[in-house]
Design a protein around this ligand. Structure first.
Ligand code: GLU
Length: 468
């Protein structure tokens, strides 16, 4: 198995590009084959070195091991020219000298008559001599002479059997007047010469598939295998576009999504494992991925799912790595966090709830600074805590906790549960105000956990200062 990623260098990596790259990579690795990178830069003249470096960086970031390449199409122009010439020599391609104006006229005319736009083959009938003579001075393109009256049948790995009649296929331009090949010619030549076995690409290429099969045949080559992956749809249903938010992978990295999350999420855009399982590492994907489980219908880009996966992967992260990631951020605002021997236990509490590393600063602030606590936060309708009951509640909390000798989470829990019972209160009526007083936040780890990490003295100080 030999697959490739063949992006056009745009300066950023499109979500859909990463998906075809990922699927191609997974297929290659699953079969212990090779995966290579090819830059399809036949469309633009601008300097692309930076774009290529960036793509390589992105492949590294994604964790793809590139076995080969990058091959750069703009450095292979002679090869495409030779191949176009070969087709002309065998009568399967021809020069076309029609001007843009003439082609525009023709198209307008066809539109008027409600015909499919198609080149009218004016230049097919030029004699070899005339064609060669004019080629010396006139701009021209080389077109593929599509055989008429045939049916092309092909077995796509995802779409299954697809059939096309050749009568409606336009004589595709293979080589442009500037000497650059079109995608159609370039990828056929390259995928053959570079011995690709499977091309995984977006469904937008499916209508061009018959041209590609016919081109392989015209060269006398066995076509590669193709798999056309479904379109990416926005949650509203339409084709995913910039209007629906970010379509560049870089933007999601910037927002703080983990690499594992982006890869996991992208893998599920059109593929499912056939089980309820949703969290997969790259190794697991290599093992489980198959084209049979890629759907034909559009794949919905659901950012709620992305966020959910982010949470899952945050919890899976080894705590040492998690600390390494968040400690510098927390230290920026709270220098004391630097030499805090308890940082590990504090981070453990946060890891259960965090979505992005950048939230750690706010989530851990109360460990390093006495929080300002709003009275309204201490009461809670849901927990049945009324403001007028707060003095009594805090009195109970303080006297119970003060009397404790062992300050462990288990001991605090037992003590407060007993106290609640003895005072005919629900557990939440003691724990909600305590948690709020210790953290100053509407959401945080629970009262026992926070109190344990803060220690007895600090816990009591905070409870007392609130009541004051
Ligand atoms: N350069 C093409 C694109 O970016 C590649 C399609 C393919 O993989 O063959 O759409």
């Amino acid at each position: 198995m030999r697959t490739r990623f063949a992006p056009s260098p745009t300066g950023y990596l499109h979500i859909g590009g990463l998906r075809t790259a990922l699927f191609s990579y997974l297929m290659a690795k699953k079969e212990k084959g090779t995966f290579y990178l090819r830059i399809e830069d036949t469309d633009r003249e601008r300097h692309i070195e930076e774009a290529i470096d960036h793509l390589k960086e992105m492949m590294d970031w994604a964790g793809f091991k590139i076995d080969d390449g990058p091959y750069i199409q703009s450095e292979r122009l002679e090869i495409y020219k030779e191949h176009a010439q070969k087709l002309m020599d065998s009568g399967k391609a021809y020069r076309c000298f029609c001007s843009k104006d003439r082609l525009d006229e023709m198209r307008k005319d066809q539109e008027k008559r409600k015909q499919a736009p198609m080149y009218d083959r004016t230049c097919v009938n030029l004699s070899k001599e005339e064609s060669e003579e004019r080629a010396k001075s006139e701009p021209h393109v080389i077109r593929f002479l599509v055989p008429r009256g045939e049916t092309v049948e092909f077995n796509d790995h995802i779409r299954g059997n697809v059939k096309f009649k050749t009568n409606t296929i336009d004589d595709q331009v293979l080589l442009k007047s500037d000497g650059f090949p079109t995608y159609h010619l370039a990828h056929i030549v390259d995928d053959h010469l570079m011995e690709t076995t499977l091309v995984i690409r977006g469904e937008e290429w499916l209508p061009s598939l018959p041209k590609h099969i016919l081109l392989f045949r015209a060269f006398g080559w066995e076509p590669v295998e193709y798999a056309h992956v479904p379109l990416l749809l926005s949650k509203g249903g339409g084709k995913l576009s910039k209007r629906d938010g970010d379509v560049s992978v870089e933007k999601y990295i910037e927002k703080g999504y983990l690499r594992e999350v982006i890869i996991n999420f992208i893998a599920m855009l059109g593929w499912n494992p056939g089980t309820e399982e949703e969290v997969f590492s790259m190794e697991e994907l290599i093992e489980k991925f198959s084209l049979e489980r890629v759907q034909k219908g559009g794949a919905i880009f659901d950012t709620a799912k992305l966020d959910w996966l982010q949470g899952q992967w945050m919890r899976k992260m080894p705590i040492e790595e998690f600390c390494n990631q968040i400690q510098p951020l927390v230290v920026e605002k709270y220098p004391d966090a630097n030499k805090d021997s308890d940082f590990f236990s504090k981070a453990t509490l946060i890891q259960e709830r965090i979505t992005f590393f950048s939230e750690a600063q706010d989530m851990m602030g109360y460990f390093y600074e006495t929080p300002k606590v709003e009275k309204s936060l201490l009461a809670s309708d849901k927990q049945k805590v009324k403001e007028e009951d707060l003095p009594k509640i805090f009195e109970i909390l303080i006297s119970e906790l003060e009397s404790m000798e062992n300050w462990t989470e288990e001991d605090i829990k037992t003590k407060l549960f007993e106290a609640a019972k003895a005072n005919e209160l629900k557990n939440g009526q003691l724990l909600w105000p305590m948690r709020a007083a210790l953290t100053g936040l509407p959401y945080s780890p629970g009262a026992f956990e926070v109190a344990t990490v803060l220690g007895k003295d600090e816990t009591l100080n905070r409870l007392k200062s609130v009541i004051g």
